[in-house]
Design a protein around this ligand. Structure first.
Ligand SMILES: [Zn+2]
Length: 369
């Protein structure tokens, strides 16, 4: 029933619209008229002051055909990671690539194209459907700001399907980690390294003692930790007075995340204090994790729709966050579905056209009664 040609054309059009995080207006303007002409009630929320974006989240609704069936939400994000100029999508050997100078932006324009084609087919073929809420968020890539600013409690849906995972079609992400970022400033004391080094406190040395004493990498099968950036110092003849360190920890379990963060913080604190330096610390809870049991209705529905569309379902977990983390945390049971874009956030990003087609069929199945 899905029009594969139209799906591909629409994906190519959407991928060519330059709209990185915070500057989603061009892609929103491409979507709004069509949502309206398909007969949905379209609202743009007033989240711009909280997200810093130039556009609100789009929430488009279609009441159930029988007037009483429960509602389901379908979600994808409008923004891409930063890019220097608009993407030129290229079709090659059954996949879509960029021309190699930008990301493709299948993360997450593919999710949007899939939802739009399922919706077009649903309305064109006049199929019976539950209440449908389409949510296109802003500023996902830079910190899930769109979904965090969304009025989730104001939605009517009892379950949500997020179309935004790099995993292959069939993947149902029912478990995702809690994640927290740490920023440390180690403040030492500058002095001439040759004339009066004893008057200085070397922030680089204090920071490196802290980092080298820390448990990092894979902590256990549910927990990871990383120091990802370090910056400081000016010249060899100056005792370094300031180092900035960026780190993170993730875990599928909140208690394990807390324990790892406590370990990292106290280790850094001790090293810095031992050197007589001082520590500034910023803690940023990036996103909350979630675990949905197999028998949760949203998981069961995803399994059913995949099977009926001849895609083998696989309930799985991820090490990354998505808008589904925020929805679950706000009380709306949500899974993130694999749509199979690969090498996202790189100029080598691509997606197989067969993945777009398969997931449009699955999404149409989820949208029908
Ligand atoms: Zn994404």
């Amino acid at each position: 029933m899905i029009d594969d040609r139209r799906l591909l054309q629409d994906f190519l059009r959407l991928a060519g619209i330059m709209a990185p995080s915070g500057k989603e207006s061009p892609v929103a303007k491409a979507l709004l008229p069509e949502l309206e002409s398909l007969g949905l009630n379209v609202v743009v929320d007033d989240s711009t002051d909280r997200t810093g974006s130039d556009h609100g989240n789009i929430i488009a609704t279609l009441p159930p055909t029988d007037g009483e069936s429960p509602w389901r939400a379908f979600m994808a994000h409008m923004d891409t990671v930063p890019l220097p100029h608009p993407t030129k999508p290229i079709v090659k050997e059954g996949s879509v690539f960029s021309d190699g100078t930008t990301v493709l932006g299948a993360d997450d324009r593919a999710g949007i194209a899939i939802i739009m084609e399922a919706l077009r087919t649903l309305i064109e073929k006049d199929l019976p459907h539950p209440g449908i809420e389409i949510i296109f968020t802003v500023s996902e890539e830079n910190g899930l700001f769109g979904s965090k600013a969304l009025d989730v409690k104001g939605l009517r849906s009892s379950m949500a399907f997020v179309l935004d995972s790099s995993m292959p079609p069939g993947s149902i992400i029912a478990t995702a980690p809690f994640a927290t970022a740490l920023t440390w400033n180690v403040l030492g004391l500058a002095a001439h390294a040759g004339v009066a080094p004893e008057k200085g406190i070397n922030a680089i040395q204090a920071a490196s003692r802290g980092i080298s004493s820390m448990k990092l990498g894979r902590i256990d099968e549910e927990t990871t930790a990383n120091v990802g950036a370090i910056r400081g110092g000016h010249a060899t003849n100056v005792v370094c007075d300031r180092v900035e360190i960026k780190a993170e920890a993730r875990s599928l379990r909140e208690d394990k995340l807390k324990a790892q963060l406590n370990h990292m913080r106290s280790t850094m604190k001790k090293a810095v204090t031992d050197y007589g330096a001082t520590l500034e610390e910023k803690i940023d809870d990036k996103y909350p994790g979630f675990t949905l049991e197999k028998d949760t209705p949203v998981v069961q529905e995803a399994v059913r729709a995949l099977r009926e569309s001849a895609v083998i379902p696989k309930i799985t977990s991820t090490g990354g966050g998505s808008d589904a983390n925020v929805l679950n945390h706000s009380g709306l049971p949500s899974v993130n579905l694999g749509i199979g874009y690969q090498r996202a956030h790189s100029n080598e990003e691509f997606i197989a056209i067969s993945n777009l087609e398969a997931m449009a069929r699955v999404t149409l199945n989820l949208m029908t009664l």
